[in-house]
Design a protein around this ligand. Sequence first.
Ligand code: NPJ
Ligand code: CA
Length: 373
Amino acid sequence: MISTQAIGEHQKLRTSPTTEPMPHHQVMQNMDRNACSLVVCGPAEPGLPGRDGKDGIQGPKGDMGAQGIAGPRGIVGPPGRMGPIGPEGEKGSQGVQGEKGDVGEMGPRGIRGLQGPPGSPGPAGAKGDRGPQGEKGVTGETGPMGAPGAPGPQGRTGTPGPKGDNGSVGEKGAKGEVGDRGLQGSTGMPGPMGKTGSPGLQGMKGSIGEKGTKGDSGLSEVNLMKQQVSALQGQLTMLQASLAKFQKVAAFPSGQIVGNKAFVTSGYEGNFDDLRQRCLQAGGQLASPRNAAENAAIQQIVILHKNAVFLGINDIQTEGRFKHLNGEPITYSNWQQGEPNNDKGKENCVEIFVNGKWNDRSCGETRLILCEF
Ligand code: NPJ
Ligand code: CA
């Protein structure tokens, strides 16, 4: 049986005051090569007890002990430093479209109107010069007001994002506070133009424009009228030819044309009142000579027919005062000598003989009809 004994000084020091034996495994851990000083071999024989030896030299430093257990978690570190100013924020989103603009103010007073166009030529006068042109009309109304302006610029850009984490030793500290507010982002693009506002109130009516310049000479109208006159002249020539033809018709076989008056008989015979009505119905009246020429024309018809005719002259209303059928007193007469005599007191009508002379005669007599047109 082998026994090894080695006692370190510090063990004795420790043991003395406390008399507490060191645990065996702990002594072995503190042994050093130079610390061995006594070895006893062979069979153990009983002897006297030795004196206490001197204290041994201090043994070598023991090996490093095993790593201790991790200490408790440190307290939370201080807040990280303030992060750098964040990058400039992104451009803000486009602002919402502005509201529809308010109705614009009343438009400004309209500018004076432009000089008006030449007036239309006036009606052709009796001769020559045209009248001056009329004044120009009032200026047209002012147009509607323009669209309102674009909406205002966009608002400020929003705040920058939160600060990033800050690296650190050991346990990561609590997240730093949000950094200072970054610089304001650049102004966003202006929002789209608002919708066009409703038209403004109608502007006031412009002032009357200046008097227009004198109109054109109207030569074009003159030329036009010349053409029309030429056409009318052609038509007139046709009418003249036609009229000449019908005058011949009216004069054949017993008609008479004097000036614009035509004396025509149909050959009918009757009393004064009957003949008077027939001529009216035909659109004319009984022949009533106003002068010698007409009387001569009537005479020719009487000569041709060898028959006296009643004239459109009588004194039915007042004896002795002969009048035309329209009531006018006669201004021309061609009485036979001794006439009018109102024979037997009942001669209020007038007949004309072949010699062209007049004789008052009873209205009930029958005579050839002679009308004038
Ligand atoms: C006599 C009276 C008249 C009266 C008529 C009534 O007329 O003189 O006042 O009105 O009788 O019947 C001849 C005679 C007249 C006569 C007429 C009647 O006169 O001389 O005394 O006839 O017809 C033309 C024909 C006869 C005429 C004179 C002229 N002639 O064709 O131109
Ligand atoms: Ca008579």
